[in-house]
Design a protein around this ligand. Sequence first.
Ligand code: ATP
Ligand code: MG
Length: 427
Amino acid sequence: MDILTKRPRGTEDKLPKEIYKWHTVEKIAADTAEAYGCKEIRTPTFEHTELFQRGVGSTTDVVQKEMYTFDDKKGRSITLKPEGTAGVVRAAIENGLFNDALPLKTYYFTRCFRYEAPQSGRLREFNQFGVEVFGAPSAASDAEVIALANDVINRLGVKNISLEINSIGCPTCREEYHKALIEYYGKYKDKLCDTCLERLEKNPMRLLDCKSEICGSLKSDAPKMLDYLCDECKEHFESVKRRLDALEIAYTVNPLIVRGLDYYTNTVFEFISNEIGSQGAVCAGGRYNGLVEEIGGSPLAGLGFAMGLERIIMVMDNQKLDFAQEKGCDLYIASFDEETNIYAMTLAKKLRSQGFWVEFDTAGRSFKAQMKYANKINATYCMVIGSDELANGSAKLKRMSDGEELPVKLDDGFANRLNTLIMDISL
Ligand code: ATP
Ligand code: MG
């Protein structure tokens, strides 16, 4: 029986009483992205498994261990999306979006699915806000995408988030670096975890990302990509830094941030909180100049980021930030019998069409119980419709905060009167 009333491990219910937090974050994120010229894109919740094997990379934790993959009834392998980028690239290629004016700038909200060990800040179904920009190879775009993420965080009022950046160069300058990594880690082969041992030859940069204790402790002395950058990649990174300086966005260079796949290039970055335990990365992103081609399009520069919304909201909760509270019910109309209830219903319909939040009794409650309910839903005003009110076309509006009563005519001017009263209160 439990299985009917318990959600699957690693999932969360976002309940009505806290949904205003999500609305606030989503609105601020969307408004900010649009101020940068991004347009929303919505892609399917599931894609062909091959897309993620290509687009995320078959040597990544996500693809090797974390995907929700199943065969559909025709035996096609389907995967619930573990991240947003691959689907956006696929959709852009399929719908010819790269043939329009470039850069193409997109943003999205998506649920992601990863079979991970659930813990605080780590879920099996979670939500991301993401931005992807295509056709903008200049360092200006790296800085702009970082600035966008930074703006969202600032507009939310979140404090104490640090920005760490790195450059992982291009496939050419990375070749030498890979050799150096293989040589360095090769000396510790007997200590490496199985996963790292297996990745050492195929994808040595991944080892810098390993969270196991032993491999983790080897990171700090490992060779650094920054020492291997070619002139062009070095200049790109310097330009990104100059631009962040000009925008007064503080950052530290962390040579241990990697992406570890050939199609990721140049800038990588993370925004990190140290207030929500070990799952502190609230946003991660970077440039992926090789990805569009990898997925089957013509070569095209790309970059973006994804922000973990559960983690951002955890930080906001932790910092006790004022989420914009959603407004309360404007008016509750109490009634006594079918006739007055029908009148309440038609009045509610009229006022709702003018934008008010209006409620009346749909539960067949007593008058007393209706008033109790009006209190519970925090109604700003309450109005009683009895047979006298019906006969006279007038009623009394009761302000719930102090009980003050105001006589009102229930004519066409009522909505305006209600509006003025509500505005007066909110001032
Ligand atoms: P981590 O190192 O924490 O596993 P990641 O490198 O797997 O993160 P990305 O794939 O870059 O994360 O995803 C971008 C963002 O999505 C992360 O910075 C984080 O805020 C959020 N995120 C990733 N995985 C989860 C998860 N399992 N539950 C909740 N949020 C997540
Ligand atoms: Mg992860």
